[in-house]
Design a binder for this molecule. Structure first.
Ligand SMILES: Cc1cc2nc3c(=O)[nH]c(=O)nc-3n(C[C@H](O)[C@H](O)[C@H](O)COP(=O)(O)O)c2cc1C
Length: 218
């Protein structure tokens, strides 16, 4: 029998890296790019995806949902991921175009949180990304009515096989209900674990087109 886990006994001390405020770039997106590059370089194994982020959305009924997606682009004004527009998240985003996203790079003792508006990316952007994916992934995206109840895994396989036959010698067209989303943040928080629970939390908030930076208590 495994011993019962007593969560209050699990206590990790973070390496005291600290955030040097004197050397921070002016904008949070630059800082995010720096932190992301470090997170990717230091991935402790193939099983860790530094670009995995949890994205929370809520519809007008107030129900909050959250799921992991993969970061697939960083622009000057936001971060992109790709999904099905008719999924649960797609419906919530259509009703309430706000989202929050967070990255956890536990091996660095770091978290980054985004909050902001969420918009669909252009069809050109979605086309470019969709066609950069392996053919199998393109077919999988077409075969899946994401978030809808499905009878079995086999049914999905049959749908994929039908599409494979249908598009045998052709490019697979981008489905109308599939494409990119961009979270355009108005608040980004950088969290660095430090010793004695006196962690760093540096927040950037966008007001009248200007980023204001401040520290908040851990
Ligand atoms: C590591 C990881 C990465 C994922 N990446 C994506 C992604 O990029 N896009 C996506 O639509 N779903 C992705 N998923 C699946 C989502 O977590 C989720 O199951 C799906 O998008 C349906 O969510 P919804 O029903 O809330 O719309 C990923 C799941 C995991 C665990």
């Amino acid at each position: 029998m495994p011993e019962k886990i007593t969560f209050h006994q699990i206590r990790k001390e973070y390496a005291d890296r600290g955030i040097d405020e004197s050397s921070l770039p002016k904008g949070p997106m630059e800082l995010f790019q720096q932190w992301y590059a470090i997170a990717e370089e230091n991935q402790p194994g193939e099983w860790v995806e530094a670009n995995a982020m949890s994205v929370a959305t809520a519809g007008v009924d107030g129900r909050v949902s959250n799921r992991y997606v993969l970061l697939k682009g960083v622009d000057a004004d936001g971060i992109r991921f790709y999904s099905n527009y008719d999924s649960d998240k797609g419906r919530q985003i259509a009703e309430n175009p706000r989202a929050a996203a967070s990255f956890l790079w536990a091996y660095l003792g770091r978290q980054v949180r985004f909050e902001g508006a969420i918009v669909k990316t252009s069809r050109e952007d979605s086309e470019a990304y969709f066609h950069s994916r392996p053919r199998g992934s393109q077919l999988g995206a077409c075969a899946s009515i994401q978030s809808a109840e499905v009878e079995s895994w086999e049914v999905l396989g049959e749908r994929k096989a039908e599409l494979e036959a249908q598009y045998a010698d052709q490019d697979i067209p981008l489905p109308d209900n599939w494409g990119g989303y961009k979270i355009v943040p108005d608040r980004i928080e950088f969290w660095q674990g430090r010793s004695n629970r006196l962690h760093d939390r540096i927040v950037f908030e966008l007001k009248d087109g200007q980023w204001r930076r401040f520290r908040v208590s851990p």
